[in-house]
Design a protein. Sequence first.
Length: 277
Amino acid sequence: MIKADYHVHSHFSGDSKEKPENIIKYAMSKGLDTLCFTDHMDYEYWYEPAGMFEVDVPKYFEALLQLKEQYAGTFNVRIGIELGLRDEPDLLESVRERYRTLVNEHPFDFVIGSTHQMVYVDPVYPEFWENRTQREGMEMYFTSGLKNIKNNEFFDTYGHLDYLIRYASGDKAQYNYRDYAELIEPMLRELIARGKALEINSKGLTPSYGTNAPNPGREVLMRYRELGGELITIGSDAHVADGVALYFDRVEELLKEIGFRYYAVFENRKLQMRKFD
């Protein structure tokens, strides 16, 4: 059983209203022993209101440190952050330096680096897909992702590698690794070379997305392992309490079938390996 969820959002993210303690209680009821909050920090997010995805860091630490102390000895509360990496030429350096400063100045347990926005737009919104095919959008996303992996050294795992497919136009069931191998494989190689983990994000299994796979899915994970990739983190990307650990049973089965025997957790930015029970 996977007993740690390392991608969870609370009301400190602009797209969640869930109280952190509700999330902890639900995680405990599901048999977990560890949960890492990874609320959004997306500097220069394009959508209004400004700052909607920027964590109030002092209040974030105040609330979570209190819960960490409250549940000490009973449940492990970890404090992480999900950074929305950017590669637009006029934002790359300034946003990168802000993230680097943020991570260096605060005692996070864990840092996710994710690609959300490209060309100043998040593909969760229809505006991104205007006049773009699924193929064009996916190529843009993977190209941006590789740049973000190369340009940013301060994250521990790369989040939801093919997140874009959740919101893509066209027949999402036709998406497969082989069609984009020349773009995805360099990302996997770069993560391995840099000692970064790859996140398996179970939210992709949500039926409404129509993909029937986590992010990333079987073929990508198989290739990652063939290339020598061993470091994986597992997260639900929950934004409500009952989303915690959702579909973890299916993720565990998949990972074991591929040959993974361990998953990574972090405390004080230090890697720990856990064996699947």
